[in-house]
Design a protein around this ligand. Sequence first.
Ligand code: PMV
Length: 320
Amino acid sequence: MKKTARAHTNIALIKYWGKKNAELRLPLMSSLSMTLDAFYSETSLETGQQNEFYLNNQKQSDQSAQRVFQYLHKLQDSFGLPYDALKVSSINHVPTAAGLASSSSAFAALAASFCAYYDLDVDRKMLSRLARIGSGSASRSIYGGFAIWQKGHDDKSSYAYPLDEKPAMDLHLLAVELDQKPKKLSSTKGMQAAQNSPFFQPWLARNDAELNDMIAAIKNNDFTKLGSLAELNANEMHAINLTAQPEFTYFEPNTIKAIKLVEELRQQGIECYYTIDAGPNVKILTPLKNIKEIKKLFLSEFSNVKIINASFGPGVSILD
Ligand code: PMV
């Protein structure tokens, strides 16, 4: 038997950047994201002779398969299932050029293929909780459009739900790849390191207000508000990294240059905003009409830049 699921990546507009419980991946804050059409993972689960993990058709070493099988064992435990040998094959349609982490789509697809393989009767709320245990951001990739991961206080209450799966907003994301090097610090390590910043607690205290403002911006179809709030929230996350002890940053010189270009475009009346995750690459939020101008400027300012255009993507689906 073989079951395949597809899930799309998402970009957080209000970021998750801190864990209350590392084992269960319970977050310290609620987050809100946009699911992206251009980037997705397809994961198949089938009966195997032994546990095997193939990524993009390449068999992975035991070490890199470890996170996958530790996760699957947790799921098997929670449903009282035996540790059957499984062959997991995943294809990531998330080009490194996107500068987007694939863990959100990867664990959402893995959780969904697991439930399909064992024919488990789970609703999307439960599926979101299961995906969360693999990677926090994966909880939001269960849904299309805009999704909110409510932080909750325990395993049962921490899950994502859809805010608007078919948004009317004219919103596009340009993934600007400035740097192909693997990130210096994983998101797990970065989140840990950030927590002793003197600004971490004040940031947490703002989470409810920022989330509510973002929800209002989405409900009012207000791109200006959405973009400026997303940019502020990303800058807060990176300011926390810069003020942690010891301090660190994901920014590279080209990240700052890209930020300045976005500001320059805005001054010229070409409205766009940036958001940045745990890496040096920049994602630009823009209405459709500005894409051409933005691309033109970035292609002329950076010699090796790759730019991929995305918009709203769908939630998780079972393919066979
Ligand atoms: O779920 P993780 O461990 O990939 O962490 C995601 C962290 C950010 O991408 C920076 C923010 C987010 O909410 O997606």
